[in-house]
Design a protein around this ligand. Structure first.
Ligand code: GUN
Ligand code: ZN
Length: 378
């Protein structure tokens, strides 16, 4: 563990882009220092699908994400407490962030019902009724012991309109105050509030303006990247980062496509997470500058090049596209090899973003990236 005064999070901005709102900096967390803007791979069950903690370290990954809902049901808080927290349980020594659980239940399980008290859901294991309250979410997250915990929020589908969006926004603020009150480990863990408000500028602004009155170490932007237009998406991010304080980290939840990472870094976001790189690896897809290679396709059968000649990852150093094509439908090892490459791709992209901000050439970087991604387009 790193020694640092009382605050579990110290954020420093080293460089600011003169053209965009991008910044490059560092978050000093209790378990590790994290360079920003950062992409955080998702390890839902306390393991990243397809990768070991050791491999993540080798890939230069400084922070990963875990899920309260999944970990709270299995292995459960008793086992996590006995293990001394998730870091020790999974042997991950670097920084960790946990999501609060509600979003996963509402969006993935459709077993959940929101009340003022919390999120009510049927246990997927034994059909019994469970209730995840803001207090309970924080209690579980205190036991997990992540460097950053998320508040329990009331999330509606991005495309929802009408009074439900406003209700969810106000409830999210009330739940934040309950989370802050329940937090027991102020010197070791930070809670991030989550800006909600759908695609409504007025509600988003109101939410952000309410949240910044609370004393916290960073903020998240939630409820986006769920099928809305890019225009609405960027408008909401832009509007929100204009309100959030400049000297605290901003985390955009559930975003991980290369284009979004670049544009939203330009809009002043410092942290991102998404299951996309590891999920797409499981479908046989490798991320490259020009998009994705679907290695199941027959065109790779005799292709003796690596996925990407310029990639430094162990998969690209050793294996050809032809070999990956050969094993991709039969072997889970292909999923491991592609996950290694895809996480290496995300880490390299974020490093390039940070470096170009540092060297005051981020606008040129964006332009070149888009030219590579959309060649031959006027
Ligand atoms: N993951 C992606 N979006 C969200 C969100 O709005 N809230 C939470 N808690 N997690 C998310
Ligand atoms: Zn590679």
């Amino acid at each position: 563990m790193l020694q640092q005064g009382k605050s579990p999070l110290l954020f420093e901005i080293f460089y600011e882009c003169k053209t965009t709102k991008a910044r490059a900096g560092r978050m000093a967390l209790v378990h590790h220092h994290v360079n920003t803007p950062v992409f955080m791979p998702v390890g839902t069950q306390g393991t990243l699908k397809g990768l070991l903690p050791q491999q993540l370290e080798q890939l230069d990954c400084q922070i990963i994400l875990g899920n309260t809902y999944h970990l709270g049901t299995r292995p459960g808080i008793n086992i996590l407490e006995k293990a001394g927290g998730l870091h020790k349980f999974m042997n991950w020594k670097r920084a960790l962030l946990t999501d609060s659980g509600g979003f996963q239940m509402v969006s993935l399980l459709e077993l959940a019902k929101i009340t003022e008290e919390g999120v009510k859901f049927k246990s997927p294991y034994n059909e019994s009724d469970c209730m995840l309250t803001p207090e309970h979410s924080i209690q579980i997250q205190n036991i997990i012991g992540a460097d950053i915990m998320m508040q329990l929020d009331d999330v509606v589908k991005t495309t929802t309109t009408g009074p439900r969006v406003e209700e969810a926004m106000h409830r999210t603020i009330r739940w934040l105050d309950r989370c802050l009150k329940a937090h027991q480990r102020l010197n070791e863990q930070s809670i991030f509030p989550i800006v909600q408000g759908g695609l409504d500028s007025k509600l988003r602004s109101e939410c952000a303006n309410q949240l910044i009155k609370r004393e916290v170490n960073g903020y998240a932007v939630g409820g986006l990247s769920g099928g809305e237009s890019k225009n609405d998406f960027w408008k909401m991010v832009h509007l929100t980062t204009n309100i959030l304080p400049k000297n605290k980290p901003r985390y955009l939840m559930g975003v991980g496509f290369a284009t979004d990472l670049i544009i939203c870094s330009a809009l002043g976001i410092d942290m991102f997470d998404c299951v996309f790189p590891t999920r797409t690896a499981r479908f046989g897809c490798a991320l490259v500058r020009t998009g994705q290679l679907n290695l199941r396709q027959i065109q790779y059968r005799k292709d003796m090049r690596p996925i990407d000649e310029s990639c430094e990852c162990s998969t690209c150093k050793i294996h050809t596209r032809a070999y990956l094509h050969h094993i991709v439908t039969v072997e889970t090892v292909a999923c491991h090899l592609l996950s290694v490459h895809n996480i290496a791709f995300q880490m390299k992209l974020m490093k390039d973003i940070r470096q170009s901000i540092q060297e005051q050439r981020f606008p040129e970087f964006i332009q070149q990236y888009m030219l590579d991604l959309f060649p031959n387009k006027e």
